[in-house]
Design a binder for this molecule. Structure first.
Ligand SMILES: [Zn+2]
Length: 348
């Protein structure tokens, strides 16, 4: 099947691809994603800090056929006293999450996919039989601290990890959100190994200086969940030059749907933002990077809940609606087509 034919099949079936979900991390903090969403919400009760929006059932109801699913190790911070403090601790967390994805796969909830032909075959099957096909998960490591040394990269590639973000906050490898700075020497070494082993760089959370240094070594880059700094001026987001570089390189930018990343200054407890804030962000990303390089990167289970998302986006079942906010010609691309094109590229 040619790429245009595949994209046509994906579009006709109304499939959705999300560039960023922290599924295994959520399981690790006690959320059972195999429950119906109503039941999960009632178990967590009205006092839950974040009202759950993501379960396998909600994703299926939303025709989400594929997502990038993270291996995300949480460092020790004031709000996460049990986080890792060294590379061994980060490594252990990521291994436990990998194991969680495998147990879900054994139970028929997900199917772990490598980018390329596996994703293409999975999309065709999902289009034929969306209710019986498990969620396709392409593993993404968010923050590279679990790679204890660059010579461990082949191990993770063998496990199916072909996309790695160096940072969350700062890591041993690079500056990150709230921690400006460039690559460390070992960060340079890891990027060289990534280029040699065809592992894509995820630029989300990467500090600006590190971003430009990284591109010199590994130009194969996406942003799984980032918005435009021109609209929300914090270092969590990408400057127009960075967005343009990702688009020029053929990558995709996943729009993150947290209210505070759509509307500057939005704070928890305030009214949800209107859908127009999403539309305006998508317009900006597309104006700079090109419509062919914009997709979803919802981060819907990344420490946020229903109240932290724009009006009308009440669960993963609503993710496809985001595409309705863009001009008609670009809806199919934003809903799934642009990620589908990138995820099905032939890789060495
Ligand atoms: Zn993140």
């Amino acid at each position: 099947m040619t790429l245009p034919d595949l994209l046509d099949v994906v579009n006709r079936a109304g499939l959705v691809i999300d560039g960023h979900l922290d599924l295994a991390y959520n399981a690790g903090v006690g959320r059972d994603l195999t429950l119906p969403l109503d039941e999960l919400r009632s178990r967590e009760g009205p006092g839950a800090r974040d009202i759950a929006t993501v379960t396998f059932g909600a994703l299926r109801a939303g025709r989400v056929a594929v997502c990038l699913g993270t291996l995300f190790a949480m460092p020790r911070t004031e709000s996460s006293p049990h986080g890792y403090t060294d590379a061994d601790g980060a490594h252990a967390q990521a291994l436990a999450q990998l194991d969680q994805y495998r147990r879900w796969e054994d139970a028929g909830h997900v199917r772990l996919l490598r980018p390329g032909a596996e994703v293409a075959a999975h999309l065709r099957e999902s289009a034929r039989d969306p209710d019986a096909t498990p969620l396709g998960v392409v593993l993404l490591m968010e923050g590279a601290d679990p790679i204890r040394t660059p010579d461990e990269l082949p191990f993770w590639v063998q496990q199916g990890v072909q996309i790695v973000g160096l940072s969350w906050r700062g890591t041993r490898y690079a500056g990150g959100t709230g921690v400006p700075g460039g690559l460390s020497a070992v960060g340079e070494e890891l990027l060289d190994a990534m280029r040699e082993q065809h592992v894509t760089l995820d630029a989300s959370h990467l500090a600006e200086q590190s971003f430009w240094e990284a591109l010199e070594r590994q130009p194969d880059v996406i942003a799984s969940h980032s918005n435009a700094r021109a609209r929300v001026p914090t270092d969590r987001h990408l400057t127009d030059d960075m967005l343009r570089a990702i688009g020029d390189g053929g990558g995709v930018v996943g729009t993150v749907l947290y209210n505070g990343f759509l509307h500057p200054g939005w704070a928890r407890g305030e009214a949800r933002t209107p859908p127009q804030t999403v539309a305006a962000m998508l317009d900006h990303l597309a104006e700079v990077a090109g419509w062919a390089h914009v997709g979803l990167g919802s981060d819907m289970d990344g420490g946020f809940g229903l109240r932290e998302f724009p009006e009308g986006l009440n669960s993963a079942a609503d993710l496809g609606r985001v595409a309705d906010l863009v001009p008609a010609d670009h809806r199919a691309g934003v809903r799934a087509g642009n990620w589908a094109r990138w995820l099905t590229l032939d890789r060495p």
